[in-house]
Design a protein around this ligand. Structure first.
Ligand SMILES: [Zn+2]
Length: 234
């Protein structure tokens, strides 16, 4: 029986009690206070206390119980027992429901924390960018566009620098605009010659970057000239 069913049945029990009281009062008024017949057994009284709404009110034993102080006091004790059992059952059900919800929340938060830890500890995704033939923006000077696309994760970016690039330390940055404003991520890396091309590798954390248009910049530590390449983060 669900909670609503229990509420309904407890309302039915209240109606039954009111009926018993009324019946007893009528008998007292009419002078008929002697109970009719023998006392019913405990099983009947127990059933009456528990499922009073299923026992037909025409049952003569109910008539007896309404007028027998012994049966009535026994009935009230049994009813109280039944009610407290019901209450305990409802409390137990509510407690069980709370536990299930709490366990679910705990499991979910554990899973979510675990997932965040996994994401945080996940190795950077290797990405390569080949700027060998790339034109550049140098300051305000527009050049030939070379669009670069990177995912919004931690990336280990290997860059092949444009031809004629100098060896040495480079600052690589992802920025909002081509003036170096709104730095999303940056890293330092020395460029090393591999088969005549200057290459560098830098770790960039792009997890907080919203998808959109950015710029990838390389700045040589000595000449301090920044080169900007259009970048898409997806
Ligand atoms: Zn009796």
């Amino acid at each position: 029986m669900n909670l609503l069913g229990r509420l309904r049945s407890s309302r039915a029990e209240d109606r039954f009690e009111a009926w018993l009281r009324r019946m007893h009062q009528e008998r007292v008024r009419s002078g008929q206070t002697e109970p009719i017949g023998p006392c019913p057994d405990d099983t009947f009284l127990r059933g009456l206390a528990r499922r009073s709404n299923t026992i037909p009110l025409s049952d003569l034993r109910i008539d007896h119980a309404a007028n027998c102080p012994e049966c009535m006091s026994r009935l009230l004790v049994l009813r109280e027992q039944h009610r407290s059992q019901n209450r305990k059952l409802v409390y137990a059900l509510v407690a069980a429901a709370c536990l299930i919800v709490a366990a679910g929340l705990f499991a979910w938060s554990g899973y979510s924390t675990h997932r965040q830890q996994l994401l945080a500890s996940a190795p950077p995704v290797p990405q390569t960018v080949d700027l060998w033939n790339a034109g550049t923006y140098r300051g305000e000077q527009p050049g030939e566009l070379q669009s670069v696309v990177l995912p919004a994760v931690r990336v280990q970016l290997t860059i092949t620098l444009p031809r004629f690039s100098a060896p040495g330390q480079y600052l690589v940055a992802v920025t909002r605009d081509q003036s170096g404003n709104g730095v999303i991520a940056e890293g330092l890396s020395p460029a090393t010659a591999v088969l005549g091309q200057e290459k560098l590798s830098v770790s960039l954390d792009l997890r907080n970057a919203k998808a959109g248009a950015y710029f990838l910049s390389t700045t040589h530590e000595q000449d301090q000239a920044a080169y900007y390449y259009p970048l898409q983060i997806k």
